[in-house]
Design a protein around this ligand. Structure first.
Ligand code: NDP
Length: 311
Protein backbone atom coordinates (compact mmCIF):
# COMPACT_ATOMS: atom_id res chain seq x y z
CA UNK A 1 0.00 0.00 0.00
CA UNK A 2 1.21 3.48 -0.80
CA UNK A 3 0.70 6.24 1.75
CA UNK A 4 -0.16 9.66 0.37
CA UNK A 5 1.27 12.79 2.00
CA UNK A 6 1.19 16.42 1.07
CA UNK A 7 4.68 17.44 2.19
CA UNK A 8 7.47 14.98 2.91
CA UNK A 9 10.57 16.34 4.65
CA UNK A 10 13.69 14.19 4.70
CA UNK A 11 16.24 14.95 7.39
CA UNK A 12 16.23 16.16 10.98
CA UNK A 13 18.78 18.93 11.27
CA UNK A 14 18.01 22.65 11.63
CA UNK A 15 16.80 22.74 7.99
CA UNK A 16 14.41 19.78 8.27
CA UNK A 17 12.87 20.82 11.60
CA UNK A 18 12.48 24.44 10.50
CA UNK A 19 10.79 23.30 7.27
CA UNK A 20 8.48 21.17 9.45
CA UNK A 21 7.64 24.14 11.70
CA UNK A 22 6.73 26.32 8.71
CA UNK A 23 5.00 23.47 6.87
CA UNK A 24 2.87 22.59 9.90
CA UNK A 25 1.83 26.21 10.46
CA UNK A 26 0.80 26.41 6.77
CA UNK A 27 -1.47 23.34 7.19
CA UNK A 28 0.64 21.18 4.90
CA UNK A 29 0.56 18.25 7.40
CA UNK A 30 4.29 17.61 7.00
CA UNK A 31 5.68 14.14 7.55
CA UNK A 32 9.36 14.22 8.51
CA UNK A 33 11.73 11.23 8.36
CA UNK A 34 14.61 11.74 10.77
CA UNK A 35 17.23 9.50 9.17
CA UNK A 36 20.18 7.90 10.90
CA UNK A 37 21.18 10.88 13.02
CA UNK A 38 18.12 12.64 14.47
CA UNK A 39 19.17 16.19 15.26
CA UNK A 40 21.91 16.09 12.64
CA UNK A 41 25.47 17.31 13.02
CA UNK A 42 24.71 19.72 15.85
CA UNK A 43 24.18 16.74 18.14
CA UNK A 44 27.90 16.01 17.73
CA UNK A 45 28.97 19.45 18.83
CA UNK A 46 29.16 20.96 22.30
CA UNK A 47 28.34 24.58 22.89
CA UNK A 48 26.67 26.56 20.10
CA UNK A 49 27.40 30.22 20.70
CA UNK A 50 26.35 31.70 17.40
CA UNK A 51 22.69 30.67 17.08
CA UNK A 52 20.73 33.91 17.62
CA UNK A 53 18.55 34.04 20.71
CA UNK A 54 20.83 32.26 23.18
CA UNK A 55 22.90 34.93 24.95
CA UNK A 56 24.72 32.31 27.04
CA UNK A 57 25.06 29.77 24.19
CA UNK A 58 23.28 26.41 24.12
CA UNK A 59 24.28 22.75 23.93
CA UNK A 60 23.85 21.46 20.33
CA UNK A 61 21.71 18.47 21.34
CA UNK A 62 19.47 20.67 23.52
CA UNK A 63 18.98 23.10 20.64
CA UNK A 64 17.92 20.29 18.32
CA UNK A 65 15.61 18.79 20.96
CA UNK A 66 13.90 22.17 21.22
CA UNK A 67 13.49 22.45 17.43
CA UNK A 68 12.05 18.93 17.31
CA UNK A 69 9.60 19.63 20.13
CA UNK A 70 8.53 22.88 18.45
CA UNK A 71 7.84 21.10 15.13
CA UNK A 72 5.95 18.28 16.90
CA UNK A 73 3.86 20.71 18.98
CA UNK A 74 2.77 22.47 15.80
CA UNK A 75 1.61 19.18 14.31
CA UNK A 76 4.49 17.77 12.25
CA UNK A 77 4.44 13.97 12.03
CA UNK A 78 8.04 13.13 12.98
CA UNK A 79 9.08 9.57 12.28
CA UNK A 80 12.13 7.39 12.87
CA UNK A 81 13.47 5.82 9.68
CA UNK A 82 15.43 6.60 6.54
CA UNK A 83 14.55 6.96 2.89
CA UNK A 84 16.32 4.26 0.91
CA UNK A 85 14.86 4.82 -2.55
CA UNK A 86 13.55 7.86 -4.38
CA UNK A 87 11.69 8.32 -7.63
CA UNK A 88 11.30 12.03 -8.19
CA UNK A 89 9.81 13.58 -11.30
CA UNK A 90 7.64 16.61 -11.95
CA UNK A 91 4.60 14.29 -12.11
CA UNK A 92 5.33 11.73 -9.42
CA UNK A 93 7.33 11.62 -6.21
CA UNK A 94 7.51 8.19 -4.61
CA UNK A 95 9.87 7.42 -1.76
CA UNK A 96 10.55 4.14 0.00
CA UNK A 97 11.57 3.94 3.66
CA UNK A 98 13.91 1.39 5.24
CA UNK A 99 10.90 -0.62 6.53
CA UNK A 100 9.50 -0.85 3.00
CA UNK A 101 6.79 1.80 3.36
CA UNK A 102 6.04 3.56 0.08
CA UNK A 103 5.13 7.21 0.31
CA UNK A 104 3.74 9.28 -2.51
CA UNK A 105 4.31 12.97 -1.77
CA UNK A 106 2.93 16.05 -3.46
CA UNK A 107 6.07 18.01 -2.55
CA UNK A 108 9.41 16.96 -1.07
CA UNK A 109 12.03 18.86 0.92
CA UNK A 110 15.45 17.19 1.02
CA UNK A 111 17.39 18.24 4.12
CA UNK A 112 19.66 15.25 4.61
CA UNK A 113 22.79 17.24 5.47
CA UNK A 114 26.38 16.14 5.08
CA UNK A 115 28.68 13.74 6.91
CA UNK A 116 32.30 13.70 7.97
CA UNK A 117 35.01 12.77 5.47
CA UNK A 118 37.83 10.33 6.12
CA UNK A 119 41.35 10.26 4.65
CA UNK A 120 40.81 6.92 2.94
CA UNK A 121 43.75 5.07 4.52
CA UNK A 122 43.21 1.34 5.15
CA UNK A 123 44.68 1.75 8.67
CA UNK A 124 42.14 4.49 9.37
CA UNK A 125 39.33 2.15 8.38
CA UNK A 126 40.83 -0.65 10.47
CA UNK A 127 40.86 1.44 13.66
CA UNK A 128 37.57 3.27 13.16
CA UNK A 129 35.80 2.93 16.46
CA UNK A 130 38.94 1.76 18.25
CA UNK A 131 40.96 4.94 18.25
CA UNK A 132 39.87 6.68 15.04
CA UNK A 133 36.85 8.96 15.24
CA UNK A 134 35.31 11.92 13.44
CA UNK A 135 33.47 13.25 16.47
CA UNK A 136 35.30 14.59 19.50
CA UNK A 137 32.10 15.23 21.42
CA UNK A 138 30.98 11.63 20.92
CA UNK A 139 34.30 9.91 21.64
CA UNK A 140 36.54 12.40 23.44
CA UNK A 141 35.56 10.98 26.82
CA UNK A 142 37.33 7.70 25.99
CA UNK A 143 40.64 9.56 25.74
CA UNK A 144 40.61 11.24 29.13
CA UNK A 145 44.18 12.08 30.18
CA UNK A 146 45.61 10.63 26.96
CA UNK A 147 47.32 12.01 23.85
CA UNK A 148 45.38 12.46 20.63
CA UNK A 149 45.69 14.10 17.22
CA UNK A 150 43.15 16.14 15.31
CA UNK A 151 43.63 16.24 11.54
CA UNK A 152 42.45 19.32 9.62
CA UNK A 153 42.89 23.07 9.60
CA UNK A 154 39.33 24.40 9.43
CA UNK A 155 36.98 25.67 12.15
CA UNK A 156 35.82 22.14 12.93
CA UNK A 157 39.40 21.00 13.57
CA UNK A 158 39.95 24.03 15.80
CA UNK A 159 36.76 23.31 17.72
CA UNK A 160 37.56 19.60 18.13
CA UNK A 161 41.13 20.34 19.25
CA UNK A 162 39.93 22.90 21.81
CA UNK A 163 37.28 20.53 23.14
CA UNK A 164 39.77 17.65 23.40
CA UNK A 165 42.38 19.87 25.09
CA UNK A 166 40.11 20.07 28.13
CA UNK A 167 39.89 16.28 28.39
CA UNK A 168 43.20 15.00 27.08
CA UNK A 169 46.72 15.49 28.31
CA UNK A 170 47.98 16.59 24.89
CA UNK A 171 46.48 17.32 21.47
CA UNK A 172 48.43 17.49 18.21
CA UNK A 173 46.70 19.52 15.53
CA UNK A 174 47.92 18.25 12.17
CA UNK A 175 47.57 20.66 9.26
CA UNK A 176 48.77 19.97 5.75
CA UNK A 177 49.23 23.64 4.79
CA UNK A 178 51.56 26.26 6.34
CA UNK A 179 48.46 28.00 7.77
CA UNK A 180 45.02 27.25 9.19
CA UNK A 181 41.94 27.84 7.09
CA UNK A 182 39.86 28.51 10.23
CA UNK A 183 38.64 31.94 11.37
CA UNK A 184 41.14 34.25 13.07
CA UNK A 185 39.36 33.85 16.43
CA UNK A 186 39.71 30.07 16.16
CA UNK A 187 43.39 30.23 15.17
CA UNK A 188 44.08 32.51 18.15
CA UNK A 189 42.24 30.12 20.44
CA UNK A 190 44.17 26.99 19.43
CA UNK A 191 47.50 28.82 19.31
CA UNK A 192 46.93 30.04 22.85
CA UNK A 193 45.93 26.68 24.30
CA UNK A 194 48.91 25.29 26.16
CA UNK A 195 48.41 21.58 25.53
CA UNK A 196 47.69 21.92 21.78
CA UNK A 197 50.76 21.52 19.57
CA UNK A 198 50.16 22.61 15.99
CA UNK A 199 52.12 20.76 13.34
CA UNK A 200 51.89 22.75 10.11
CA UNK A 201 52.84 21.21 6.75
CA UNK A 202 52.40 17.70 8.09
CA UNK A 203 50.58 15.01 6.13
CA UNK A 204 49.23 11.83 7.72
CA UNK A 205 50.68 8.77 6.00
CA UNK A 206 49.44 6.03 8.30
CA UNK A 207 47.55 5.41 11.50
CA UNK A 208 49.65 3.02 13.59
CA UNK A 209 48.16 0.38 15.85
CA UNK A 210 48.73 -2.87 17.71
CA UNK A 211 45.77 -4.70 16.21
CA UNK A 212 43.49 -3.69 19.08
CA UNK A 213 43.72 0.08 18.97
CA UNK A 214 45.67 3.12 17.83
CA UNK A 215 49.21 3.55 19.15
CA UNK A 216 50.52 6.33 16.94
CA UNK A 217 50.53 8.19 13.67
CA UNK A 218 53.10 8.38 10.85
CA UNK A 219 53.59 11.90 9.59
CA UNK A 220 55.35 13.32 6.58
CA UNK A 221 56.92 16.67 7.52
CA UNK A 222 56.88 18.55 4.22
CA UNK A 223 58.94 21.43 5.55
CA UNK A 224 61.85 19.26 6.67
CA UNK A 225 61.13 16.56 4.10
CA UNK A 226 61.25 13.86 6.79
CA UNK A 227 58.94 11.19 8.12
CA UNK A 228 58.36 10.52 11.81
CA UNK A 229 56.13 8.48 14.08
CA UNK A 230 54.31 10.16 16.95
CA UNK A 231 53.00 8.03 19.82
CA UNK A 232 49.37 8.69 20.71
CA UNK A 233 46.10 7.01 21.61
CA UNK A 234 43.49 8.48 19.31
CA UNK A 235 43.03 10.25 15.99
CA UNK A 236 40.14 12.61 15.24
CA UNK A 237 39.33 13.47 11.62
CA UNK A 238 38.09 16.99 10.92
CA UNK A 239 38.73 17.35 7.20
CA UNK A 240 35.35 18.37 5.89
CA UNK A 241 32.11 16.73 4.91
CA UNK A 242 30.32 14.76 2.19
CA UNK A 243 26.71 15.62 1.34
CA UNK A 244 24.15 12.84 1.93
CA UNK A 245 22.81 12.67 -1.60
CA UNK A 246 23.42 9.05 -2.69
CA UNK A 247 19.71 8.20 -2.68
CA UNK A 248 18.85 11.22 -4.82
CA UNK A 249 21.76 11.22 -7.28
CA UNK A 250 19.73 9.79 -10.16
CA UNK A 251 16.68 12.03 -9.53
CA UNK A 252 17.95 15.56 -8.99
CA UNK A 253 20.93 17.42 -10.40
CA UNK A 254 24.04 17.50 -8.20
CA UNK A 255 27.14 19.68 -8.48
CA UNK A 256 30.66 18.30 -8.99
CA UNK A 257 31.09 17.82 -5.21
CA UNK A 258 27.82 15.91 -4.89
CA UNK A 259 25.77 18.70 -3.32
CA UNK A 260 22.21 19.22 -4.64
CA UNK A 261 22.08 22.05 -7.15
CA UNK A 262 19.53 24.71 -6.28
CA UNK A 263 18.56 27.90 -8.09
CA UNK A 264 20.74 30.79 -6.87
CA UNK A 265 19.27 32.14 -3.66
CA UNK A 266 16.30 29.73 -3.82
CA UNK A 267 15.60 26.18 -2.61
CA UNK A 268 14.32 24.89 -5.99
CA UNK A 269 16.08 21.80 -7.35
CA UNK A 270 16.06 20.56 -10.95
CA UNK A 271 12.72 18.78 -10.27
CA UNK A 272 9.55 20.86 -9.82
CA UNK A 273 8.08 20.25 -6.37
CA UNK A 274 11.37 19.03 -4.92
CA UNK A 275 13.25 21.50 -2.74
CA UNK A 276 16.59 21.25 -0.94
CA UNK A 277 17.62 22.96 2.29
CA UNK A 278 20.60 23.01 4.65
CA UNK A 279 24.04 21.50 4.21
CA UNK A 280 22.91 19.07 1.50
CA UNK A 281 22.88 22.06 -0.88
CA UNK A 282 25.35 24.37 0.85
CA UNK A 283 29.09 23.80 0.99
CA UNK A 284 29.84 27.44 1.69
CA UNK A 285 28.11 28.60 4.87
CA UNK A 286 27.16 25.33 6.59
CA UNK A 287 25.83 27.05 9.69
CA UNK A 288 22.84 26.01 11.78
CA UNK A 289 21.25 29.41 11.20
CA UNK A 290 21.71 29.33 7.41
CA UNK A 291 20.35 25.76 7.36
CA UNK A 292 17.32 26.84 9.36
CA UNK A 293 16.81 29.79 7.02
CA UNK A 294 16.86 27.63 3.89
CA UNK A 295 14.48 25.16 5.61
CA UNK A 296 12.06 28.05 6.06
CA UNK A 297 12.49 29.09 2.42
CA UNK A 298 11.90 25.53 1.21
CA UNK A 299 8.65 25.24 3.20
CA UNK A 300 7.40 28.61 1.93
CA UNK A 301 8.17 27.64 -1.67
CA UNK A 302 6.63 24.18 -1.19
CA UNK A 303 3.47 25.92 0.03
CA UNK A 304 3.46 28.18 -3.06
CA UNK A 305 4.06 25.16 -5.33
CA UNK A 306 1.24 23.17 -3.72
CA UNK A 307 -1.09 26.15 -4.03
CA UNK A 308 -0.65 26.22 -7.80
CA UNK A 309 -1.24 22.48 -8.35
CA UNK A 310 -4.16 20.13 -8.08
CA UNK A 311 -3.39 16.56 -7.08
P1 NDP B 1 36.66 22.95 5.97
O1 NDP B 1 36.38 22.46 4.61
O2 NDP B 1 36.57 24.40 6.26
O3 NDP B 1 38.15 22.52 6.38
C1 NDP B 1 38.63 21.24 6.14
C2 NDP B 1 40.07 21.18 6.60
O4 NDP B 1 40.53 19.85 6.41
C3 NDP B 1 41.01 22.10 5.80
O5 NDP B 1 42.01 22.61 6.63
C4 NDP B 1 41.59 21.12 4.78
O6 NDP B 1 42.88 21.46 4.36
C5 NDP B 1 41.68 19.86 5.59
N1 NDP B 1 41.70 18.67 4.75
C6 NDP B 1 40.81 18.30 3.79
N2 NDP B 1 41.16 17.12 3.25
C7 NDP B 1 42.28 16.74 3.88
C8 NDP B 1 43.12 15.62 3.77
N3 NDP B 1 42.86 14.63 2.91
N4 NDP B 1 44.21 15.56 4.57
C9 NDP B 1 44.48 16.54 5.47
N5 NDP B 1 43.72 17.63 5.63
C10 NDP B 1 42.64 17.73 4.84
O7 NDP B 1 35.72 22.08 6.91
P2 NDP B 1 35.22 22.36 8.39
O8 NDP B 1 34.46 21.15 8.70
O9 NDP B 1 36.32 22.75 9.29
O10 NDP B 1 34.24 23.61 8.28
C11 NDP B 1 33.14 23.61 7.37
C12 NDP B 1 32.43 24.95 7.44
O11 NDP B 1 31.77 25.08 8.70
C13 NDP B 1 33.37 26.12 7.32
O12 NDP B 1 32.75 27.13 6.58
C14 NDP B 1 33.58 26.54 8.75
O13 NDP B 1 33.92 27.90 8.88
C15 NDP B 1 32.22 26.25 9.37
N6 NDP B 1 32.31 25.97 10.81
C16 NDP B 1 32.08 26.98 11.68
C17 NDP B 1 32.16 26.79 13.04
C18 NDP B 1 31.86 27.91 13.95
O14 NDP B 1 31.60 29.01 13.47
N7 NDP B 1 31.89 27.73 15.26
C19 NDP B 1 32.51 25.46 13.60
C20 NDP B 1 32.77 24.47 12.60
C21 NDP B 1 32.67 24.73 11.27
P3 NDP B 1 43.19 22.63 3.28
O15 NDP B 1 42.95 23.92 4.00
O16 NDP B 1 44.59 22.36 2.93
O17 NDP B 1 42.24 22.39 2.14
Amino acid sequence: MTEHVKLLIIGAGPAGYTAAIYGARANLSPVLYEGLQPGGQLTTTTEVENFPGYPEGIDGTALMDDLRKQAARLGADIRRGTIVKAELTAERKVLTTDDGTQIEAEAVIIATGAEAKYLGLPSEQKYRGSGVSACATCDGFFFKGKTVAVIGGGDTAGEEATYLSSICQKVYLIIRKPYMRASKAMVDRVENTENIEILYEHVTQEILGDGLGVTGIRLQDNKQNTTRDVELDGVFLAIGHKPNTDVFKDCVELDEMGYIKTEPGRPHTSVPGVFAAGDVQDHLYRQAITSAATGCMAALDAERYLGTRTF
